[in-house]
Design a protein around this ligand. Structure first.
Ligand SMILES: Cc1cc2nc3c(=O)[nH]c(=O)nc-3n(C[C@H](O)[C@H](O)[C@H](O)COP(=O)(O)OP(=O)(O)OC[C@H]3O[C@@H](n4cnc5c(N)ncnc54)[C@H](O)[C@@H]3O)c2cc1C
Length: 468
């Protein structure tokens, strides 16, 4: 059993620090120490700590010198994106007590109303049509016009929370961040493209698009319907794009937006090329915001376009496309997808193309290297494959930390291999499998690797069952 303690202090420095830039790390019982900090408050943060190495404790900041007991769990899921959330549900439905630790108030990660990326990937594919059922409980079917950077409600935050809260075996810890894990292994940070802040604009001349504010206080949007033109102040702190091309700027390089509300702040506002997504995520996020405001400033004040439009919404939480990947017993590659390599432990279906982003040469001139913010992506026949391709279970656990599962964009793939696996519904199905494998590991007192070596047939049988 992994033992948790509620603490009042920061963790000891740890060689392994799952932090803002990583997907879901999932620790099975006998976990190394994990310490968790309340991400809402800086002073007196309640923190959790688990594991047998739990006594390396710092005093400081007037905080208590002993941890409070936070309970015992068979599985600790760090990160409540679609992947981590599905893992927690699957494990709980298979009988395990689970802690799900999420540093935001909502679940879903990039697929939440905070980031507003639309979850893709085909679920419920043959020959295992039940794999993906939990994902489909969490994510509503895509409606007409649904997609990136739309109104917050379509990302269904409440729905995800309700599904988790209905599981009695899950202890949900929102607004808590894991700040350290004591382990013996170094992790190399390898930054790649990228992180993103999606945004949208709306037309104030169209009453349907404008939020109605009854209270005319300082925080109201103070939009008077009928007064259509809205000015926008110059932004000296933004990236100066007045003489540079950027997507959807016409005629300097981009195509004119056909649907301004939908097209302008889409997936291509993305940066972080080769910057460390863990230690530099604030810089990357701020660069995105500066680029976005620079673009809107240029469109409104230099190109004199869109007089009736104002910024409608912008993500202040950066969505991540790539981050650290951990090595498992197998490293899945782009070649495996192209050649359709069959795996005896194929356990989650991949359907997205080999989609890798790099800075777009059409837009990077004049920006410092590493500070580009508009990507292009791999496309064409050589980046497609005959799908769905069932990816191996051996990508979902660590090769050298015996009780660590991975699910999400942190799994064991090379960079090309990440392209097909990282879409959110596919990540969610990894979580479903991890939850099942964790239950098997508990039942047979074995490790994630032991499940592959000795209980694969049982895992495949579980995958064939509905709802778990
Ligand atoms: C601009 C952009 C466009 C994209 N387009 C698509 C698309 O169209 N469709 C699609 O499906 N995917 C798309 N992706 C990729 C996809 O969003 C990610 O690969 C996916 O979100 C990974 O899922 P995840 O659950 O691993 O991580 P995330 O969705 O990032 O969720 C992880 C969660 O864990 C939390 N967390 C992290 N560290 C800690 C910690 N230490 N303690 C506690 N909590 C923590 C984070 O706050 C986050 O909420 C896009 C990504 C970007 C950036």
């Amino acid at each position: 059993m992994a033992r948790f303690s509620r603490a009042h202090n920061k963790s000891a420095a740890s060689p392994l620090q799952p932090s803002k830039g990583i997907g879901s790390l999932i620790f099975h019982s006998n976990s190394p120490a994990i310490s968790v900090r309340d991400s809402r408050r800086w002073k007196k943060p309640p923190t959790l700590r688990c594991g047998r190495a739990g006594n390396r404790w710092h005093r400081g900041g007037g905080l208590a010198d002993a941890p409070e007991d936070g309970g015992s769990y068979d599985l600790v899921v760090v990160g409540g994106g679609i992947a981590g959330t599905a893992a927690a549900i699957s494990a709980a439905r298979n009988g395990l007590p689970v802690a799900l630790i999420q540093d935001r108030p909502v679940l879903g990660g990039n697929g939440s109303s905070e980031v507003r990326v639309w979850p893709e990937g085909k679920t419920r594919q043959a020959p295992f049509p039940h794999v993906g059922e939990i994902v489909d409980e969490l994510v509503p079917a895509k409606g007409r016009g649904d997609g990136h950077a739309k109104g917050g409600a379509i990302y269904a935050d409440e729905r995800k929370l309700a599904v988790v809260r209905a599981e009695k075996r899950i202890t949900l810890l929102t607004e808590q961040r894991v700040t350290g894990v004591v382990a013996d292994h170094e992790v190399a940070a390898d930054g790649k493209m990228g992180s993103s802040n999606l945004w949208n604009v709306l037309d104030v001349a169209d009453p349907v698009q404008v939020l109605k504010c009854k209270d005319k206080d300082a925080l109201s949007l103070a939009i008077h319907e009928g007064a259509a033109a809205v000015p926008f102040p110059r932004c000296p702190w933004a990236v100066d794009l007045s003489t540079k091309p950027f997507p959807r700027r016409s005629p300097a390089g981009g195509k004119p937006a056909k649907n301004l509300r939908q097209d302008l702040g889409a997936w291509f506002w993305e940066s972080g090329c080769d910057r460390d997504p863990v230690t530099e995520i604030e810089y990357i996020r701020d660069l995105n915001l500066r680029a976005m405001y620079g673009a809107w400033d240029t469109l409104k004040n230099v190109d004199k376009l869109y007089p009736n439009h104002r910024l409608g919404w912008a993500a202040y939480i950066a969505g991540k496309r790539e981050s650290r990947r951990l090595l498992g017993d197998m490293v899945l590659t782009g070649k495996d997808f192209r050649e359709g390599t069959p795996f005896p432990d194929g356990c989650f279906p991949c359907s997205w193309h080999i989609d890798i982003h790099t800075p777009d040469p059409a837009f990077d001139k004049g920006h410092p290297k590493g500070d580009e913010f508009t990507p292009t992506f791999t496309h064409g026949k050589e980046f497609t494959y005959k799908g769905p391709c069932w990816a191996p279970y051996r990508t979902l656990y660590s090769r050298n930390i015996s009780n660590l599962f991975m699910a999400g964009r942190d799994i064991s793939v090379n960079r090309e291999g990440l392209g097909p696996v990282r879409v959110m519904k596919t990540c969610g199905m990894m979580g479903e499998i991890v939850g099942q494998a964790a239950a098997l590991a508990s039942r047979h007192h074995t490790t994630p690797r032991g499940v592959y070596q000795n209980h694969l047939a049982e895992l495949l049988a579980m995958m064939a069952r509905p709802g778990k």
